[in-house]
Design a protein around this ligand. Structure first.
Ligand code: IPD
Length: 264
C-alpha cells in the first residue's frame, strides 16, 4: 500500500463516496424489475457521489482545480494541480445491476498525472498508484503481464454504444483484426477497471476510442507504475486529449498498435 498523505486523502474521499454508491447499487438491484426502471435513480447516485468527492477533495486540498464527468471544469486558484474525477465509471453496468463499476480519481500536476485511484465499492477493490511508488490492489503490488505472444493474450476493449454509431465501422474492423490474432477479447464496461486489470496483469492490453480523460487518468498511472505502456490508440503520447487509449505490457501493446494501424 502507499502510505502518503495524498493517498490518505484520496482513499478517504473514495471510501466515503463509495459507501453511498454501494447503498444505491443495492437499491438498483430492486428497481430492475420496476416499470420505471432505475435510470433517474442512477443519475442521482452519480451526481451524489461526485458531490461527495468534490467536497472531500476540496476540503483536503483547497485551491486544486477539477475536471468532473458530471459538473465539468472547476478552475482552482492553484494552477498546477487538478483532480480528474469520474464518480461512476461503468454507469451502464451499474444501471443493469452488474457489479463492475468504479470511482476513478486522477491527480494532475503541471500537466502530468502523478497519482491515481480506482475503487469498486461493490467488491471493495481499491487500486492506487503514485509516481515512483508503484501500483497496488489493496495490499498487493501490481505488475503487468509477462506475456509476449499475441496468440496467448487476452485483450480488453470498449464497444461504442448506440449513440456513438459513427464509430461502429472502425470498431468492427479493429475487432475483426484483433480477433484474428489474439487469444480472445473482453468488454468489461468500465474503462478505469479495464486499465486496472491491465496493471494487474489480468488483461494483457486494452484499447478504446471515443473515451474521456476522466475514464483513463487514474488507469494510466496504474499501468505505468505497474511497468506497462500507455499511448493513444494510434501510438501517440497525448492520450488524455486524444480521446483514445491503448495500453498493455510492452510487447503486446506494441503489437496491438500495429494491428490497429492496418485494421480497415
Ligand atoms: C464509460 C465506460 C465504458 C466505456 C465508455 C465510457 P461511464 O464510462 O468506461 O466502459 O466503454 O467509453 O464512457 O459513462 O460509465 O462513466
Amino acid at each position: 500500500m502507499i502510505r502518503s498523505a495524498l493517498m490518505t486523502v484520496m482513499t478517504a474521499a473514495a471510501i466515503k463516496a463509495g459507501r453511498g454508491l454501494k447503498r444505491d447499487f443495492g437499491e438498483v438491484e430492486n428497481l430492475q424489475v420496476s416499470m420505471k426502471g432505475p435510470g433517474d435513480f442512477v443519475s442521482a447516485a452519480d451526481r451524489k457521489a461526485e458531490k461527495t468527492l468534490f467536497e472531500e477533495l476540496s476540503k483536503a486540498r483547497p485551491g486544486y482545480g477539477f475536471v468532473m464527468e458530471e459538473s465539468g471544469v472547476v478552475e482552482g486558484s492553484d494552477k498546477s494541480h487538478r483532480w480528474i474525477v469520474d464518480p461512476l465509471d461503468g454507469t451502464t453496468n451499474f444501471l443493469h445491476a452488474i457489479p463492475v463499476f468504479a470511482i476513478s480519481i486522477g491527480l494532475e500536476r503541471d500537466g502530468q498525472i502523478v497519482a491515481g485511484l480506482i475503487y469498486n465499492p461493490a467488491t471493495e477493490d481499491m487500486y492506487v498508484a503514485e509516481k515512483g511508488q508503484g501500483a497496488w490492489n489493496n495490499d498487493r503490488r501490481l505488475r503487468v503481464s509477462a506475456r509476449r505472444d499475441m496468440a496467448m493474450a487476452l485483450i480488453g476493449c470498449g464497444v461504442p454504444h448506440l449513440g456513438k454509431a459513427a464509430g461502429h465501422p472502425r470498431f468492427k474492423a479493429e475487432l475483426a483484426a484483433v480477433m484474428a490474432r489474439a487469444q480472445n477479447l473482453r468488454r468489461m464496461g468500465a474503462a478505469s477497471l479495464d486499465m486496472a486489470y491491465v496493471a494487474a496483469g489480468r488483461l494483457d492490453a486494452y484499447w478504446e476510442r471515443g473515451i474521456n480523460n476522466w475514464d483513463m487518468a487514474a488507469g494510466a498511472i496504474l499501468v505505468r507504475e505497474a511497468g506497462g505502456f500507455v499511448t493513444d490508440a494510434d501510438g501517440g503520447p497525448d492520450y488524455l486529449d486524444a480521446g483514445t487509449v491503448c495500453c498493455g505490457c510492452e510487447p503486446i501493446h506494441k503489437e496491438l498498435l500495429a494491428i490497429l494501424r492496418v485494421a480497415k
